[in-house]
Ligand binder design. Structure first.
Ligand SMILES: Nc1ncnc2c1ncn2[C@@H]1O[C@H](COP(=O)(O)OP(=O)(O)OP(=O)(O)O)[C@@H](O)[C@H]1O
Length: 288
């Protein structure tokens, strides 16, 4: 892994909804490359992503992204020009064509020269393999195509920071493979943050992973380190274990996570194993 300069710094970030602290004094720093954000439902991933994308203001703490402070109006506007954001549930206008929808976002992003803007819209549609669907109405696109359309608008105008909230939801295996290829290319020169539940995506393309639990960082490091943290906690055994977390694999053996079962032999740990065991180490009272 290459060490890169920090492009995003988050310090003592707090966000509450009512009496509940959703981000509870979060500190992290990111650089060029792809960072995966893992965490159980309700951990605060979308809340953090929205703070980074400047669509939600934190209650306390600060963010510095690309040298800009989103709490200052002028700097927030500048940051919005320089970031691409794929929200968790993108709102689409169903009667727009794919081209018109991305063109509309391009206008909002201040791409004022019509000819250049249209060229840029075609470029991002091609990037996500939707070039031949440019004239299709959004309501006629499949779920996966809509997801790619949402990704296309996040790539407009050469962003330096790309923030993606569950970008692979609804993609078929072929498209997920293409997505990985696209995002890994982006990560060669940009800061990319993606929130996901797909540990395979994290293992396949993220240089760095952050596990959020109850609004705090439970782990930060490489996917390999997260996987390695599960060494000696993953087992294979022939007989059904009496307790613990396990499942029966296709070959009839049982894969067990946790204490060694009778007759268990160590198995190769994965990012998912490391992630699940990392959550086990968090006080269950704070994971709601
Ligand atoms: N606008 C809101 N008002 C009140 N509570 C909210 C609001 N938005 C989010 N929450 C709560 O904040 C917590 C964190 O939500 P968030 O969407 O950030 O989690 P997440 O990690 O992205 O979860 P998921 O994996 O399910 O998408 C959840 O309990 C959620 O119900």
């Amino acid at each position: 892994m290459t060490t890169t300069a920090t492009t995003v710094r988050v310090s003592a970030l707090r966000k509450r909804y009512g009496s509940r602290a959703v981000l509870d004094g979060l500190d992290l720093s990111l650089g060029v490359g792809v960072t995966g954000l893992l965490g159980p439902n309700g951990a605060g991933k979308t809340t953090l992503i929205r703070c980074l994308a400047t669509t939600l203001a934190p209650d306390d703490g600060w963010i510095e992204a690309l040298g800009l402070n989103p709490a200052v109006a002028d700097e927030r506007t500048e940051l919005r020009r320089r970031l691409g954001y794929l929200p968790q549930s993108p709102g689409f206008y169903p009667h727009f064509t794919a081209f018109d929808l991305v063109d509309y976002v391009a206008v909002l992003k201040d791409l004022t020269n019509r000819r250049e803007r249209h060229r840029e819209v075609r470029r991002v549609l091609d990037e996500v393999d939707l070039g031949d669907r440019a004239d299709t109405k959004v309501r006629r696109l499949s779920g996966g195509m809509k997801q790619r359309l949402a990704l296309a608008q996040a790539l407009l105008g050469a962003p330096e920071l790309v923030v993606l909230d569950e970008p692979t939801v609804g993609l078929d295996p072929d498209q997920r493979m293409r997505f990985r290829s696209l995002v890994s290319r982006l990560g060669e020169r940009l800061t990319v943050v993606l929130s996901t539940h797909q540990t395979e995506d994290v293992a396949a393309l993220c240089e760095r992973v952050i596990v959020l639990a109850a609004g705090r960082v439970a782990f930060t490091g490489t996917p390999a380190t997260l996987a390695a943290s599960a060494a000696d906690r993953v087992w294979r055994t022939g007989g059904r274990p009496a307790k613990g977390r396990y499942w029966r694999a296709a070959d009839g053996s049982y894969r067990v996570l946790g204490d060694p079962p009778p007759g268990g032999v160590p198995d190769e740990p994965t990012v998912e194993d490391g992630y699940l065991l990392c959550l086990d180490a968090v006080d269950p009272a704070v994971i709601r």
